[in-house]
Every structure is written in C-alpha cells, then in structure tokens.
Design a protein around this ligand. Sequence first.
Ligand code: ADP
Length: 423
Amino acid sequence: MYNYLSEILYQVEEDIIENEISYVVSHLVIKEESNDGQYSLGTLELLSSKTRLIIFDLSENIVFGESESENIPAPVDDEQFGRLTTMENEVLIYYDEPIYFRSENIGWLRISRSVSHIIKTLTNIKIVIFTATPIYIFLATLSSLFLTSRALKPIDSITKTAIMIEKGDLSRRIITSKVNDEVGRLAGTFNKMIERIDNSFKKEKRFTSDASHELKTPISIISATAEEALNRSKGEGDYKKALKTIIQESKNVSFLISQLLFLARSDEGKESLNLEKINLTLIVESIVKQLKNKAKKKDIKISINFRQDFKLKGDQTLITILFLNIIKNSIKYNKNGGSINISLSKKDNNVKIYFEDSGIGISKEDLPYIFNRFYQVSKARTGKGSGLGLAISKEIIELHNGQINIKSTIGKGTRTEILLPLN
Ligand code: ADP
C-alpha cells in the first residue's frame, strides 16, 4: 500500500512536469541575436506557479532562472527524472529537455518541482504503519485468543462430558448455552444423540429383563411339573397330566423364542420379506375359520364385510401372523356374547382393513404404550400373553410400508385400523 501510494504521488508530480515541458517548448520563442551563437528567448510562461524553470546554454551555464542548489547537476539527455536538494533542504525532481533551434541543440530547459510534501506525507504514513501495525497485530492476537478460548470452552465441556459418558455414565448431558451458534447446535445434537443411546440402552436392558422373566416362568413350570411327577405321581394318569403341562409350556417357550427371534432379526434389518401375490380376503377368512372354536367358547360372533377380493404383494406368513394377532386379541379381550366386525375396503392406494370388537377396551393412559415390547395393560386381565403381539404386528406392517391405528373406549370396545399399500 505504501509503495503504491508513493508511486502514485510521484507519478502526479512527474505528469505535471511533463505537461509543463510540452507547454514551455510549444510556447518558446527563440531569436538568434548574431551569428556567434547568441540567442534570445521570448516570454517564458509556466502553467503552475510551483513549477521552476532553468535554462542552460550549450556550455551548461544558467541563462534563465535561478539555481537553488550549490552543486547543480549538469543537464543530461537520459530522459529520466533527476533529484536534487536545494539550499533550503527542499527536495526537487527535475527533467531536462534539450532546446533545438534550426535542428541544432542550443541548450536545455530544466523543469523542477518540489516533492518535499510527498516525502513528508510518506514519512508520516510510514510512522503510522510501523507503530499502528504492531499495536493492531497485538490487539488482534489478544482478541482472537479471547474469542478462540471462548469458542473452545464449550468444546472442552463436550470433551469432558464425552469422557464421562465413555466411562459409562449415560445420564450425563452437556450444559448448553441458549445461543444457536455452531457449538450450541453441536452440543444440542450431541445431547440428543446421547439421549437416544441412553434410551436404547435402557430399552435393551428392559427388553432383556422382560424376555428373561417371560422365559423363566414356563421353564419354572416345566421343571416344577417334572419334579412333582417324579416325586409324587402314582400312576400313568398323573404322568400323562404332567407331560401335557410340560408340552404346553414348551410350546409357549418355543412360541416366545420365535417371537423374540423375529424382533431381533427385524431390528438388525435381516428380516426379509418373502413377497408374493396374496389374497387378503382369503387370509382373513381362513384365520376366522381357524379361530371359530375359540370364539364359540365365548359366544362371540365374527362377521366379515367385503365387496371384492383384495390382492397385493406381501409376505403370506407375516400377514397371517399380523391378522392372527389382532383377531386373537379381539377374542381374548372381548366379553362373552360379544361381536367382532372385520371389514375390507379400498382407500386411495391402500387396502383398509378394520377389526372392531365389543370388548373391554383400552384406557387412554395405556393406549400410547400398547405397541411397546412386553407391554401388557394388566397381567391379571390378559391371562396368558407376552405383550409382544402388537409390537410384532407393528413391525410386520412397517415392513410392508403400511400403517396401524388403534382407537379404543374402555368398556365399549376397540377398533384396529390397518392400511396396506396396494402397490
Ligand atoms: P398380549 O400378548 O398381552 O395380548 P399384545 O401386544 O397383543 O400382547 O397386546 C398388548 C396389550 O394391549 C394387551 O395386554 C391388552 O391389554 C391390550 N390389547 C390389545 N388388543 C386389545 C383389544 N382388542 N381389546 C382390549 N385390549 C387390547
């Protein structure tokens, strides 16, 4: 910046000198006094009062103007600007232009201008630059140090919290400032991530303990029945009874394990669909047929309403499990002499299947949790059940890109609505 400024300032002065030279040369009137090389010059005019003019003859003597310097440099034809210092210590730049008369060099004119004001200005700028720059750098360093330490403080807190979390304390959270800057957002995202990890750890812990509990009960029954049969049975009848119980409980364990396996596989994303063209109406009808006796025991009437067959691409086994779970629940949680209405219709690009029962219903408080694994409204009212049926149903629906919605009024009944895409 300094060099550029200096160049511009000197350039201005040099341009003025060049202008003055052209002006003087074009207005110069030369008369030959005699044949001995004496000339007289007419009135000499300059454009600016601050410009000085000296004229040298061939012997380099000043014939016009006054020399302001003791050691006056001789005129030269090098087409360059020279520099001299006057007796008053003023610095001038000058340019020598040869004067011709009838194509003969008869002397030189020297135009000069003071550049002391430029030197002074540049010196002042230099002082400002050399004093202000270090102060500026010092202040900039101080403020950037302050800003970086302020900006990095929350990151340090994130690191400390991350160390605590890494040691196993998932309940820790970063104390975030309310500022919505990059670090604030990072801390917020970090907290959300830890919240999710914490929740999924808790969920997994709960799942494992629920699963162990559910598995422990039938196994305890199996071992207790077997022990009792061994120690106290008196005849074939007792053994048969014990074996029946053992077989039933083994079936329960096996069913529970298959349910757990399904959930584990779908969590891992390994549960793949065996897609084929399936007829939903036929599946519903065959399940109702299969559960006829169960319904009859409670005097429950099941009706199916549909106007056409609904076919779509899906996994026959999984869709059967899904409808089986829902209809079984509608029977299990129904009143004696109740009813179940099943309806299939088309809604936009989906098949809408709803199951309406006149059963005991689910309370508003329990409704949000019924899809959770092992969630049972009340063990006492459900009797045998694992609380996995609806969780599995939801997984199956999600695998088919469908939707499930349950509405229920306690004491009146439950309506389960399922949407399955036709394409
Ligand atoms: P479960 O094996 O206990 O039936 P589900 O996951 O199928 O497990 O159901 C979860 C809970 O939701 C059940 O414990 C039951 O209380 C309630 N529930 C499900 N379906 C119905 C229904 N049709 N009527 C009343 N309650 C229901």
